[in-house]
Design a protein around this ligand. Structure first.
Ligand code: SAM
Length: 223
Protein backbone atom coordinates (compact mmCIF):
# COMPACT_ATOMS: atom_id res chain seq x y z
CA UNK A 1 0.00 0.00 0.00
CA UNK A 2 1.13 3.54 -0.83
CA UNK A 3 2.67 5.38 2.18
CA UNK A 4 1.13 8.83 2.13
CA UNK A 5 1.54 9.62 5.84
CA UNK A 6 3.81 12.62 5.10
CA UNK A 7 1.29 14.08 2.66
CA UNK A 8 -1.44 13.49 5.24
CA UNK A 9 0.45 15.40 7.96
CA UNK A 10 1.17 18.19 5.51
CA UNK A 11 -2.49 18.42 4.49
CA UNK A 12 -3.53 18.75 8.13
CA UNK A 13 -0.92 21.43 8.75
CA UNK A 14 -1.38 23.51 5.59
CA UNK A 15 -5.09 23.11 4.81
CA UNK A 16 -6.57 22.70 8.29
CA UNK A 17 -4.43 24.13 11.14
CA UNK A 18 -3.27 27.20 9.23
CA UNK A 19 -6.80 27.87 8.00
CA UNK A 20 -8.28 28.01 11.49
CA UNK A 21 -9.20 24.46 12.52
CA UNK A 22 -8.03 24.27 16.14
CA UNK A 23 -9.77 21.23 17.64
CA UNK A 24 -6.92 18.88 18.60
CA UNK A 25 -9.05 15.72 18.46
CA UNK A 26 -10.18 16.52 14.90
CA UNK A 27 -6.64 17.34 13.75
CA UNK A 28 -5.30 14.11 15.32
CA UNK A 29 -8.07 12.02 13.73
CA UNK A 30 -7.38 13.53 10.32
CA UNK A 31 -3.67 12.77 10.72
CA UNK A 32 -4.64 9.15 11.38
CA UNK A 33 -7.34 8.25 8.81
CA UNK A 34 -5.90 7.33 5.36
CA UNK A 35 -8.07 9.36 2.96
CA UNK A 36 -6.47 7.55 0.01
CA UNK A 37 -8.44 4.44 1.02
CA UNK A 38 -11.73 6.36 0.59
CA UNK A 39 -11.24 8.13 -2.77
CA UNK A 40 -12.30 6.53 -6.09
CA UNK A 41 -9.82 4.22 -7.87
CA UNK A 42 -7.11 6.23 -9.64
CA UNK A 43 -7.54 9.30 -7.43
CA UNK A 44 -5.23 8.15 -4.60
CA UNK A 45 -2.46 10.61 -5.54
CA UNK A 46 -4.92 13.51 -5.15
CA UNK A 47 -6.18 12.34 -1.74
CA UNK A 48 -4.29 15.10 0.13
CA UNK A 49 -5.22 18.03 -2.05
CA UNK A 50 -7.91 20.08 -0.37
CA UNK A 51 -10.80 19.42 -2.74
CA UNK A 52 -13.80 17.14 -3.20
CA UNK A 53 -13.20 14.08 -5.42
CA UNK A 54 -15.60 11.86 -7.38
CA UNK A 55 -16.76 8.52 -5.94
CA UNK A 56 -19.28 5.99 -7.34
CA UNK A 57 -22.96 6.79 -8.02
CA UNK A 58 -22.11 10.33 -9.19
CA UNK A 59 -21.37 11.41 -5.58
CA UNK A 60 -18.33 13.03 -3.98
CA UNK A 61 -16.00 12.63 -1.02
CA UNK A 62 -16.09 16.03 0.69
CA UNK A 63 -13.14 18.44 0.81
CA UNK A 64 -11.00 17.78 3.94
CA UNK A 65 -11.35 21.38 5.18
CA UNK A 66 -15.16 21.17 5.01
CA UNK A 67 -15.17 17.84 6.87
CA UNK A 68 -13.02 19.35 9.63
CA UNK A 69 -15.10 22.56 9.71
CA UNK A 70 -18.39 20.67 10.01
CA UNK A 71 -17.05 18.44 12.78
CA UNK A 72 -15.73 21.48 14.65
CA UNK A 73 -19.14 23.19 14.28
CA UNK A 74 -20.86 20.03 15.50
CA UNK A 75 -18.46 20.04 18.52
CA UNK A 76 -17.94 16.28 18.26
CA UNK A 77 -16.03 14.97 21.26
CA UNK A 78 -15.14 11.83 23.24
CA UNK A 79 -18.15 9.93 24.56
CA UNK A 80 -20.55 11.30 21.92
CA UNK A 81 -23.13 9.32 19.96
CA UNK A 82 -23.16 10.78 16.46
CA UNK A 83 -25.42 10.36 13.43
CA UNK A 84 -24.16 11.10 9.93
CA UNK A 85 -26.53 11.40 6.95
CA UNK A 86 -24.73 10.74 3.66
CA UNK A 87 -22.02 8.13 4.28
CA UNK A 88 -20.62 8.54 0.75
CA UNK A 89 -17.13 7.04 0.83
CA UNK A 90 -17.20 6.70 4.62
CA UNK A 91 -14.29 9.14 5.16
CA UNK A 92 -16.06 11.61 7.47
CA UNK A 93 -17.59 8.75 9.49
CA UNK A 94 -14.11 7.21 9.82
CA UNK A 95 -12.68 10.52 11.09
CA UNK A 96 -15.51 10.88 13.62
CA UNK A 97 -15.06 7.29 14.77
CA UNK A 98 -11.54 8.13 15.99
CA UNK A 99 -12.99 10.82 18.29
CA UNK A 100 -16.45 9.81 19.51
CA UNK A 101 -17.95 6.75 21.16
CA UNK A 102 -20.18 5.54 18.32
CA UNK A 103 -21.02 6.66 14.78
CA UNK A 104 -24.30 5.76 13.04
CA UNK A 105 -24.20 6.60 9.34
CA UNK A 106 -26.92 6.34 6.66
CA UNK A 107 -26.46 6.23 2.88
CA UNK A 108 -29.23 5.96 0.26
CA UNK A 109 -27.02 4.28 -2.38
CA UNK A 110 -26.46 0.65 -1.39
CA UNK A 111 -23.14 0.21 -3.31
CA UNK A 112 -21.61 3.21 -1.49
CA UNK A 113 -22.81 1.95 1.90
CA UNK A 114 -21.37 -1.50 1.19
CA UNK A 115 -18.00 -0.12 0.04
CA UNK A 116 -17.83 2.06 3.15
CA UNK A 117 -18.62 -0.91 5.39
CA UNK A 118 -15.77 -2.88 3.78
CA UNK A 119 -13.34 0.00 4.32
CA UNK A 120 -14.25 0.27 8.02
CA UNK A 121 -13.68 -3.46 8.42
CA UNK A 122 -10.36 -3.34 6.59
CA UNK A 123 -9.14 -0.49 8.80
CA UNK A 124 -10.48 -2.14 11.98
CA UNK A 125 -12.84 0.73 12.81
CA UNK A 126 -15.39 -1.21 14.86
CA UNK A 127 -17.55 1.59 16.29
CA UNK A 128 -19.37 2.56 13.07
CA UNK A 129 -22.77 1.21 11.99
CA UNK A 130 -23.92 1.73 8.42
CA UNK A 131 -27.55 1.65 7.29
CA UNK A 132 -28.92 1.85 3.75
CA UNK A 133 -31.93 4.16 3.48
CA UNK A 134 -33.32 7.66 3.70
CA UNK A 135 -31.33 9.52 6.33
CA UNK A 136 -33.75 12.45 6.48
CA UNK A 137 -35.85 10.26 8.81
CA UNK A 138 -32.86 9.72 11.11
CA UNK A 139 -32.17 6.57 13.13
CA UNK A 140 -34.85 6.68 15.85
CA UNK A 141 -33.74 3.51 17.71
CA UNK A 142 -30.25 4.95 18.30
CA UNK A 143 -31.45 8.49 19.27
CA UNK A 144 -30.86 10.80 21.08
CA UNK A 145 -27.65 12.02 19.45
CA UNK A 146 -25.09 14.50 20.74
CA UNK A 147 -24.41 15.55 17.17
CA UNK A 148 -25.91 15.00 13.71
CA UNK A 149 -23.90 15.88 10.61
CA UNK A 150 -25.65 15.98 7.23
CA UNK A 151 -23.30 15.78 4.23
CA UNK A 152 -25.85 16.75 1.54
CA UNK A 153 -27.92 19.91 1.17
CA UNK A 154 -31.67 20.00 1.80
CA UNK A 155 -34.48 22.54 1.61
CA UNK A 156 -34.30 22.94 5.42
CA UNK A 157 -33.30 21.13 8.62
CA UNK A 158 -35.48 17.95 8.74
CA UNK A 159 -37.79 17.92 11.76
CA UNK A 160 -37.08 14.22 12.41
CA UNK A 161 -33.36 15.03 12.79
CA UNK A 162 -34.01 17.99 15.10
CA UNK A 163 -36.23 15.77 17.27
CA UNK A 164 -33.51 13.10 17.51
CA UNK A 165 -31.03 15.53 19.08
CA UNK A 166 -30.38 15.28 22.79
CA UNK A 167 -30.91 18.54 24.70
CA UNK A 168 -27.67 20.42 24.04
CA UNK A 169 -27.18 18.39 20.84
CA UNK A 170 -26.05 20.01 17.56
CA UNK A 171 -27.28 19.43 13.99
CA UNK A 172 -25.04 20.69 11.17
CA UNK A 173 -26.62 20.80 7.71
CA UNK A 174 -26.23 22.72 4.43
CA UNK A 175 -29.59 24.20 3.32
CA UNK A 176 -30.86 26.18 0.35
CA UNK A 177 -32.23 25.79 -3.16
CA UNK A 178 -29.38 27.39 -5.12
CA UNK A 179 -27.36 24.49 -6.64
CA UNK A 180 -24.23 26.66 -6.65
CA UNK A 181 -24.28 27.79 -3.03
CA UNK A 182 -26.08 26.75 0.13
CA UNK A 183 -25.83 27.98 3.73
CA UNK A 184 -24.21 25.86 6.41
CA UNK A 185 -26.58 25.86 9.41
CA UNK A 186 -26.04 24.74 12.97
CA UNK A 187 -29.20 23.97 14.92
CA UNK A 188 -28.75 23.43 18.67
CA UNK A 189 -31.48 21.86 20.78
CA UNK A 190 -31.71 24.19 23.77
CA UNK A 191 -34.69 22.51 25.51
CA UNK A 192 -37.47 19.94 25.05
CA UNK A 193 -39.04 21.98 22.26
CA UNK A 194 -36.64 24.88 21.73
CA UNK A 195 -33.84 25.25 19.21
CA UNK A 196 -31.34 27.97 18.29
CA UNK A 197 -29.89 28.46 14.83
CA UNK A 198 -26.58 29.87 13.53
CA UNK A 199 -25.45 30.43 9.94
CA UNK A 200 -21.82 29.57 9.12
CA UNK A 201 -21.72 30.85 5.57
CA UNK A 202 -21.73 29.58 1.98
CA UNK A 203 -20.93 25.99 0.97
CA UNK A 204 -21.67 23.71 -1.99
CA UNK A 205 -22.97 20.15 -1.57
CA UNK A 206 -24.76 17.42 -3.52
CA UNK A 207 -28.53 17.38 -2.83
CA UNK A 208 -30.17 15.58 0.08
CA UNK A 209 -32.79 13.34 -1.55
CA UNK A 210 -35.55 11.98 0.68
CA UNK A 211 -38.84 12.34 2.46
CA UNK A 212 -37.64 15.43 4.37
CA UNK A 213 -35.19 16.52 1.67
CA UNK A 214 -35.64 17.08 -2.07
CA UNK A 215 -37.79 14.74 -4.11
CA UNK A 216 -35.54 13.25 -6.79
CA UNK A 217 -37.40 14.97 -9.62
CA UNK A 218 -37.56 18.35 -7.84
CA UNK A 219 -33.95 18.59 -6.74
CA UNK A 220 -31.95 21.57 -7.93
CA UNK A 221 -29.50 20.61 -10.69
CA UNK A 222 -26.00 19.77 -9.49
CA UNK A 223 -23.16 20.89 -11.69
N1 SAM B 1 -19.46 12.16 4.07
C1 SAM B 1 -19.11 11.66 2.79
C2 SAM B 1 -17.66 11.27 2.69
O1 SAM B 1 -16.91 11.54 3.63
O2 SAM B 1 -17.31 10.69 1.64
C3 SAM B 1 -19.49 12.58 1.66
C4 SAM B 1 -20.91 12.49 1.36
S1 SAM B 1 -21.46 13.03 -0.22
C5 SAM B 1 -20.98 14.73 -0.26
C6 SAM B 1 -23.21 13.07 0.16
C7 SAM B 1 -23.86 11.71 0.25
O3 SAM B 1 -25.20 11.89 0.72
C8 SAM B 1 -23.99 11.00 -1.09
O4 SAM B 1 -23.32 9.77 -1.02
C9 SAM B 1 -25.49 10.83 -1.28
O5 SAM B 1 -25.85 9.62 -1.93
C10 SAM B 1 -25.99 10.86 0.15
N2 SAM B 1 -27.40 11.19 0.35
C11 SAM B 1 -28.17 12.12 -0.27
N3 SAM B 1 -29.42 12.11 0.24
C12 SAM B 1 -29.44 11.16 1.23
C13 SAM B 1 -30.43 10.68 2.14
N4 SAM B 1 -31.68 11.17 2.18
N5 SAM B 1 -30.09 9.69 3.00
C14 SAM B 1 -28.84 9.16 2.98
N6 SAM B 1 -27.86 9.56 2.15
C15 SAM B 1 -28.15 10.55 1.29
Amino acid sequence: MLDLSRERRRMVDVHLSRRGIHDREILAAMREVPREVFVGPGYEEFAYEDGPLPIAEGQTISQPYIVAFMLEMAEVGPGDQVLEVGTGSGYAAAVMSRIVDHVYTIERHAPLAEDARRRFQRLGYGNIEVRIGDGTKGWPEAAPFDAIVVAASGPGAPLALQQQLDVGGRLVIPVGDDPDEQRLLKVTRTGASTYSEEDFGGVRFVPLIGEQGWREESRPATV
